[in-house]
Structures are given as structure tokens and as C-alpha cells.
Design a protein around this ligand. Sequence first.
Ligand SMILES: Cc1cc2nc3c(=O)[nH]c(=O)nc-3n(C[C@H](O)[C@H](O)[C@H](O)COP(=O)(O)O)c2cc1C
Ligand code: SF4
Ligand code: SF4
Length: 291
Amino acid sequence: MNLVSIDPNKCIQCGECVTACLGLITEKDGNIVPEVHEDNCFFCGHCVSVCPTDALVHHGLNMKAFNDIPWPISFSPTDFLQFLRERRSHRSFQKKKIPHDHLELLIEACRYAPTGSNRQKTHILVVQETERIEKLAALTIRYLYHLRDLIEKKLARLRSEEKEGSESYKQSMEALNNCNNVLKRNESGLVEPIFFNAPAVMIFHSHAKRLGTPKDDCVIAAHTVTLFARTLGIESCYSGAFVNAATYYPPALEELHLPSDHMVYSALFLGYPGQRYLKTVDREPIHVKWQ
Ligand SMILES: Cc1cc2nc3c(=O)[nH]c(=O)nc-3n(C[C@H](O)[C@H](O)[C@H](O)COP(=O)(O)O)c2cc1C
Ligand code: SF4
Ligand code: SF4
């Protein structure tokens, strides 16, 4: 079945759909010819979005969900850059739950994050029960103890081989310091150093197959949440520590009960900030090469 049909009475032959589509809609002898099928279409909806006369219908997409986009963008580059600069990692949260409708909105925002080949296979696990969050934090701490043992063994081996000057030794020392910092904070009992008592944790997971770009898709979805959440007064922080635990320490992954072929690719803890940043920060220049 051809998924795209074009109303000849509305089509003005502008060719916009031909330009927008990756080769499935062509122009032959002055006619626009769609050859769009289940197995070759990305379902990206670009063809519908560019048609100026609503002549083009895609039967595999919800046509009612195509809304007009006002132009130009209504916020300035300066305002948006400032918004980006004001996003910081938060590790102090009010003891206030995030209402369910706001969590739903965060998930809604993810639907519009781009995915490789428009695969849309990102899943999100939202954890709000305090005991569940504490359990995941405790498993991450157990992973870090396990990791510290492994790093210490590796360092001892490198020392016995007189490789203290090697890159591998330096990297292992850095990893050991990072581990020790978190474990020391945990042992102090002053703060829970994995999710910082945040009222919600969002875990982004997808299939572990080589096909597609599941990690990129999950990270982009997570960053979409991080930015969009700010419009609701919600701030967040990534948890690389938890992602590593879920990747390298089977008990942490098992605790999530994900589909058996899934991996965790990104995680955020989030809530209403217990602290306000009053100033933005400067950053290292990006290494850029112009060609
Ligand atoms: C992929 C990634 C993983 C991170 N993992 C952690 C983490 O496990 N724990 C934590 O407290 N912060 C974590 N962070 C936060 C970074 O430390 C933080 O983004 C960085 O210091 C810059 O600060 P800013 O986000 O406030 O600008 C992570 C950030 C990223 C991008
Ligand atoms: S949905 Fe995308 S890939 Fe499919 S016909 Fe339209 S533009 Fe082409
Ligand atoms: S974009 Fe619409 S009006 Fe233009 S050629 Fe395609 S179907 Fe016709």
C-alpha cells in the first residue's frame, strides 16, 4: 500500500515534498510520485510538514497531530543562550514530590526528541518510591566498592610491572579517586551521594542490539527532559554512577526488571531545587577546527 497520497486538486507542484523526503517522493514528467511503503518510510512526517496546501496525506501518521508552526522563533538567541547557561546540575532538593501531570509532561517532551532513523525506541522508567530510590542508590554504592577493589588490583599489577608512568595507571588513579570521593561521602552519612534524596529518578533504557543509536537516543531524550523540566521549576542532574552500575554490575540492572535485551543508557535524578544558583559559570573554550 502506498502510504502517501496527493490530492491533485490541491497540489501546486512546488516540489517541497520531493526536497524534504529522502528519495521516496519523486517528480516524473511534471507529476509528483510517492512510492512510500511500510518498509522504506521513516515515518518522519517531513513530507506533510512542508506541504503548503495540505495536498499530501500520510496514511501511516496521525494527520490530526500536525499543527501549524509559528515563524520566526519567538525567543532571542541571547535569551536561549542564557537559559542554557542557567541549567546546572542540582544535588539538593526540596522534600516535595513532583506531581504526576508534570512527570507526564516531561515524558511528553521526550516524544519529540530526535532518534536515529526515527526509530523511537527509547523507554523511560520513572522511580518515585523513596525505598526504591534508596535501594538503587545502595546497589550503586555496592558497585562502587566492587569497582574500587578491581581498580586497586589493577594498580597493584601495574606497579609490579613498574608501569606507574603509563596512561593506564593515571586513568586508574583518577577512577580510584572518583570512587573514593563518593564512598567517603556515603560513609560520612551526611548525604546520600548517588541520587541526593531527589524525589524522582528517570532511567532511560533501550535495546542492546547494535542496530540503530539507542545510547544517543536515550541521552538526547534525557537532555530534553533536563532542559524542559526547567520551565516547570524542576531541576536535575545526570547519574553516570548509576548508569555504570546498571551496565557493569548485574544486581543493579536486575533490580530494574527491564525487558531482557535492554540496557540503561542514561539516568537523571530530579526535583524542586533546594538551592538556587545565583551566578552562571564560565567554561573551557571548545576545541574547534575550521576547514
Ligand atoms: C554523562 C554525565 C554523567 C554524570 N554523572 C554524575 C553523577 O553520577 N553524579 C553527579 O553528582 N553528577 C554527575 N554529572 C554531573 C556533572 O558533574 C556536571 O554536569 C558537571 O560537573 C558540570 O556541572 P553543571 O552541570 O552544573 O554545569 C554527570 C554529568 C554528565 C553529563
Ligand atoms: S514520512 Fe518521511 S520518509 Fe516517509 S514519505 Fe514522508 S518524508 Fe519521506
Ligand atoms: S509539497 Fe504538497 S503542494 Fe508541493 S508538490 Fe508536494 S504535495 Fe504538491
